[in-house]
Design a protein around this ligand. Structure first.
Ligand SMILES: Nc1ncnc2c1ncn2[C@@H]1O[C@H](COP(=O)(O)OP(=O)(O)O)[C@@H](O)[C@H]1O
Ligand SMILES: [Mg+2]
Length: 311
């Protein structure tokens, strides 16, 4: 039995401007104990898929199960098998950290949970914040509490929706250490992220979502081996010539240009020289998961977000 099964899931939002097909026939399974990554640009439909999994939104078509329980017909059992860390920070400002974890335990019918709550607090670096009021906590600390809240009932399936967006390095490390430990103990993990190096390091398999469709799904190592070719990385203060600019990924002074092979590298270097671009710290390396991701996202037809369809 898969931990999670998405079968032909579609979701259509109706609005003033027409209908939006946010998910369009998504099917895949996550195995028990698996660490699974769901990647995709903003608007691809990741949060919508997780909302349907969590029973917060209803699929227009298709079926979703968690540990064999249908999220619609058997909501309570499905929800109990899930620990969901939402993308948005939502919390009740009136309670202390410990109180909010006790309330959440009660919500799942778990009694006498303080031993596990203490473990969660310690594992997430929250031990000294147990009695602090939620509204006194920094954003990063609130994020940790959300993770603890999702785990109070020791769910077999843990879902994290962009848990490290905008959080500091220390929290990312604390969080991954803790989640990896839970995964080793047998919990399945579904992670959405746009930090590809995280997905590369943690996930056994990765699905890439674009405009509501799965455009790639494979073992992480397999996806990476598809990243043949060479990546040119260098720093420059000059503008790239029009032949190269559309291919390049530029972050500040850093430019990266993908090439197919050694001859491609020579062509790019010749074009840079011809355009008078001064290059520093030139490196030529293998493509990584981000390169695979970008080439799939550019290759699969259409823009990264769902299309508005005239009503
Ligand atoms: N409640 C909603 N009503 C209408 N459109 C929505 C709603 N939620 C999401 N969308 C749209 O659905 C698409 C997918 O969004 P989302 O699932 O949040 O993507 P992601 O999490 O991958 O960034 C986007 O175009 C978004 O604007
Ligand atoms: Mg999202």
């Amino acid at each position: 039995m898969p931990a999670v099964s998405f079968q032909g899931v579609a979701k259509t939002y109706r609005g003033a401007r027409g209908t939006l097909r946010a998910l369009d026939g998504v099917s895949f399974d996550i195995e028990e104990g698996e660490f699974f990554g769901l990647l995709g640009p903003n608007g691809a439909g990741k949060t919508t898929l997780i909302s349907i999994l969590a029973g917060l939104a209803q699929a227009t078509e298709g079926r979703v199960t968690v540990m064999g329980h249908d999220v619609r017909a058997d909501y309570t059992s499905a929800r109990r098998a899930l620990g969901i860390v939402p993308q948005e920070l939502v919390f009740d400002p009136f309670f202390s950290v410990r109180e909010s974890l006790r309330i959440q335990s009660g919500y799942f019918g778990v009694k006498h949970n303080d031993a596990w709550i203490d473990e969660l607090l310690a594992g997430l670096g929250l031990a000294d914040k147990a009695n602090a009021n939620m509204r006194q906590l920094s954003g990063g600390m609130k994020r940790r509490v959300l993770v603890a809240q999702a785990l109070v009932h020791k769910p077999p399936v843990i879902v994290l929706d962009e848990p490290t967006a905008g959080v500091d390095v220390e929290l990312r490390q604390t969080l991954w250490h803790f989640i990896a430990q839970l995964n080793r103990q047998g919990h399945a993990v579904l992670l959405t992220t746009h930090y590809l190096e995280e997905a590369e390091a943690l996930c056994w398999r990765i699905a890439m979502l674009k405009a509501g469709k799965v455009v790639a799904l494979d073992r992480t190592a397999k996806l990476l081996s598809a990243a043949q070719g060479q990546m040119l990385r260098f720093k420059t203060d000059d503008a790239l010539p029009p032949t190269l600019a559309p291919l390049a990924r530029v972050t500040g002074r850093m430019a990266q240009i993908p090439t197919k092979d050694a001859a491609g590298v020579e062509t790019v270097l010749a074009q840079l020289r011809q355009a008078g671009v001064r290059v520093e710290d030139l490196e030529i390396g293998r493509a990584d998961l981000e390169d695979v991701f970008l080439s799939i996202m550019q290759g699969a037809a259409g823009p990264g977000t769902a299309q508005e369809v005239a009503a």
